[in-house]
Design a protein around this ligand. Structure first.
Ligand code: NAP
Length: 320
């Protein structure tokens, strides 16, 4: 099969397409024929060698794929050959024509979700779900700011929160992104490169502040976020690319908190909640991953460059 292989950490051109043996599923494992693989920002940091988790070289990147079960190993009961699935992590990497996963990493993909959309389910939608329900413990009557709503995680957070009854504000850095954020369910959208936009957000709450902020770029926004919170508000840090100084007094006067997580540290019970919640949300039409670009597998380097560029509009996926 063809797979992207990384032999050394570095610039995008270390992502090379190679011919490698197709994996065989051992006991408890599932082989998936990949129809689309999702590109996530963590894979860029991992390729550069700057991510907290460094895979052993050489490796095939990626945890998100959607496709069809090709074969199952001994003892696998939950899925069978021919079924449509998405992966929530893999054993062998998803940037490939086939990917090997443990049985509990493979989840059914509802018919109404295309394979390209399915490649944008696990990391983006799983993160949005975990942020809203486990970390923020969101309630229907609350106001949410999705700070960075035009990308993979942001669009999912907007869709889930709108359907759950929250008042949803989202930000984007382009007109196209702002249109997307509103189309996908935000009550109001704000341009995060426009001076004074945080004043506009505060004004939109009648100066009360927002209850929850899902933050995609904490090193830029965290200090401003603490001033946007209502009493008992919480910032959920999803993305961060550096350091920032904040004034803790802003939190004290609001009884507010900053919470953070990485999806890698999910408990089994949390993962089970997420699988069930995402499945229901896909089936009932709440969750509709937005695919911005489908790029051939061999051009993984271009895909990883483009995900780091401003002007997000949903998910970039690779097509083997
Ligand atoms: P993505 O699809 O590349 O989207 C990035 C988002 O950040 C876009 O909406 C972008 O908006 C926005 N952004 C850019 N500049 C911003 C600013 N100054 N303020 C607020 N938002 C800004 O990435 P993603 O998959 O949604 O992931 C978002 C971040 O979360 C990444 O850093 C990723 O590594 C991280 N993440 C963490 C976890 C975890 O477990 N903690 C899981 C998934 C993702 P424009 O392009 O419109 O400017």
């Amino acid at each position: 099969m063809k797979a992207i292989r990384v032999h050394e950490f570095g610039a995008p051109d270390v992502l090379k397409v190679e011919e490698v043996p197709t994996p065989k599923p051992g006991p408890g494992e599932v082989l998936v024929r990949v129809k689309a693989a999702g590109i996530n920002p963590y894979e860029v940091a991992q390729r550069a060698g700057t991510y907290a988790i460094k895979p052993a070289l050489p490796y095939t990147p990626g945890s998100d794929a959607a496709g069809i079960v090709e074969a199952v190993g001994e003892g696998v009961k939950r899925v069978k050959a021919g079924e449509r699935v998405y992966t929530a992590r893999t054993l062998s990497g998803s940037y490939a024509e086939y990917t090997l996963a443990a049985e509990n990493m493979v989840q059914g993909l509802p018919e109404k979700i295309s394979f390209a959309q399915g490649a944008g389910v696990w990391v983006p939608c799983g993160t949005a779900y975990h942020a809203l329900y486990h970390s923020a413990q969101a309630h229907a009557s609350e106001t949410l700011l999705v700070h960075g709503a035009s990308g993979g995680v942001g669009v999912a957070a907007v869709q889930l929160a709108r359907a759950a009854g929250l008042t949803v504000f989202g930000t984007a850095g382009s007109d196209k992104g702002l249109d997307l954020v509103k189309r996908e369910g935000a009550h109001q959208a704000f341009h995060h490169a426009k001076p004074g936009y945080t004043d506009e957000i505060l004004k939109a709450t009648g100066s009360r502040g927002v209850d929850i902020i899902i933050e995609m770029l904490a090193n830029v926004n965290l200090a401003a976020d603490t001033k946007l919170l209502a009493t008992n508000g919480r910032v959920i840090v999803i993305g961060n690319r550096g350091e920032i100084t904040i004034n803790p007094r802003e939190l004290m006067t609001r009884r507010a908190s900053i919470r953070a997580f990485t999806l890698w540290a999910l408990t089994e019970a949390e993962a089970a909640d997420i699988y069930a919640g995402l499945h229901a949300a896909m089936e009932n039409g709440t969750l509709r991953p937005v695919v911005s670009k489908e790029i051939p597998l061999a051009e993984a380097a271009r895909a990883q460059k483009e995900i780091m560029e401003p002007g997000a509009h949903g998910k970039i996926v690779l097509i083997p």
